[in-house]
Design a protein around this ligand. Structure first.
Ligand code: SAM
Length: 447
């Protein structure tokens, strides 16, 4: 019996079955694809990874449409443990609708997945549902698509409608696949020069300013010239504003308060290679990535695991490092934990992981971090508040409340045009451009 159990555990799953299993973990257990997919990397063939990603991200992108089709084809919904069968059907339908794979081979692969996922009893049902879909596709889609699908949860749509007349544009942008953006390290190259290097390896890039390049097709980092030597970092266009807006200087002490995985830490050090940068994050395992990124870019920062709401637990590491009895920071980057609703097109599982009630909790955490860090900022110093959210509670409203509560906080103008009823600047996700990001630059008044 024990042997049999072990044998079941070690059954190697096909890409389709694995995709169904990961989707089950996302949709039923609230796990994130950003954690799950990297865990599979050592377990599957490298050439299978793009298909696994395409199916998992793709299903999350269009989930309500696929769910409606399944609801039309089943008499009773698959509940409880049978949800894995539902996930197999999602994978099957996604392939039939969105991937250029021969239909019958795709169905066969998914049907085989029932055995490897220990739901062989549902083999005939999966086969019947997918084949019926193939036969009746036109009629089924006509019914399913008679109304516009937002493909987003209602709570999110309701929040967007409250503050943005262009909410449909945000939704449409979220439903697209995101472009891949590179940040070129100005110490080695620039965008015009780097697109020539890309051309030599058959990758087409489009320059945006001196610093940024958009790839016409996503590429693996191994293909990017001088990636291992730190010439280039994968980072969204609008995320690239964080370090530039903070304007780090070489002699400054700078706190990157929520630093992992370090995309903005390394940018700060590219702009101010002699700046004293402290990279703090609450999650030890995420700090591994910060260290890897610093190493790749040959940069040095003081990397600390700690809670930004409780500086007494980690500030002594900064004072010890500097050999001083007390410290205050010249600049602070607070890239706050947030709903991540600005990067839905990059992480479509966020739509199904985040819940309406999470937002208030996040707002309270952001407020606590912001207020705590403010006391660590020098007079005359600057704190840049950033989120990858499009929700005003986390952005404009958060900053508005902060300015009302802190008489020594001044909101600095940014380089962007003013937006109506908006403190700070809200970027929205846009085709061929960046993701949804928010920035507010706060200076501490000199008494
Ligand atoms: C938006 S991510 C940061 C992304 C990072 N700045 C970058 O550009 O690569 C937010 C980070 O905040 C961290 N975090 C959440 N709560 C925190 C806290 N109380 N103190 C410090 N870090 C925290 C999370 O672990 C997460 O890594």
């Amino acid at each position: 019996m024990a042997k049999q159990k072990n044998r079941q555990k070690t059954v190697k799953l096909s890409v389709r079955a694995l995709a169904a299993q990961l989707l089950f973990l996302v949709l039923e257990q609230g796990k994130s694809l950003s954690t799950l997919i990297p865990e599979q990397q050592s377990k599957i063939k490298p050439q299978d990874l793009p298909l696994l990603q395409e199916i998992c991200f793709g299903v999350c992108r269009v989930l309500p449409r696929l769910d409606s089709i399944i609801a039309m084809l089943l008499d009773n919904p698959l509940k409880g443990k049978k949800r894995i069968v539902h996930c197999l059907l999602l994978v099957g339908l996604y392939q039939l609708l969105y991937l250029r794979v021969p239909a019958h081979a795709a169905v066969d692969e998914v049907v085989k997945g029932t055995e490897s996922l220990n739901v062989g009893a549902f083999k005939n049902l999966v086969n019947a549902v997918l084949r019926r879909f193939l036969r009746e596709k036109t009629g089924i889609l006509a019914k399913v698509d008679q109304n516009w699908h937002t493909l987003h949860p209602d709570w999110f749509i309701n929040r967007l409608k409250k503050y943005y007349s262009n909410w449909r544009e945000i939704i449409e942008a979220n439903n697209q696949k995101p472009p891949m953006w590179l940040r070129i390290n100005q110490n080695y190259s620039n965008s015009e020069h780097y697109i020539q290097l890309l051309e030599q390896v058959g990758v087409k890039g489009i320059a945006e300013g001196r610093q940024s390049v958009r790839l016409s097709q996503p590429s693996s980092v191994e293909n990017l010239p001088h990636f291992t030597e730190g010439w280039v970092t994968v980072q969204d266009l609008h995320a690239q504003w964080a370090a530039s807006l903070l304007e780090p200087q070489n002699d400054e002490l700078i706190l990157d308060a929520c630093a992992a995985p370090g995309g903005k830490t390394t940018h700060l050090l590219e702009l101010a290679p002699k700046g004293k940068v402290v990279a703090l994050d609450i999650e030890q395992n995420r700090l591994v990535r910060v260290n890897q990124n610093l190493q790749r870019l040959q940069q040095t920062a003081l990397v600390i695991q700690g809670d930004a709401t409780n500086p007494t637990s980690w500030l002594n590491q900064v004072t010890d490092f500097l050999g001083e009895s007390a410290v205050q920071f010249d600049k602070i980057l607070l890239d706050a934990p947030c709903s991540a609703t600005g990067i839905i097109r990059r992480h479509p599982d966020i739509k199904w992981l985040r819940r309406d009630q999470d937002i208030e909790e996040l707002v309270q955490l952001q407020k606590q971090i912001l207020t705590t860090l403010w006391s660590l900022l020098k007079e005359g110093g600057v704190l840049l508040y950033a989120t990858c959210s499009v929700l005003q509670e986390e952005n404009h409203q958060q900053i508005s409340a902060f300015l009302q509560s802190q008489s020594d906080a001044i909101l600095e103008p940014l380089l962007f045009p003013l937006q109506e009823n908006m403190l700070g600047y809200q970027f929205f996700p846009t085709e061929n451009s960046g993701d949804g990001f928010y920035y507010a630059k706060l200076r501490k008044r000199v008494k």
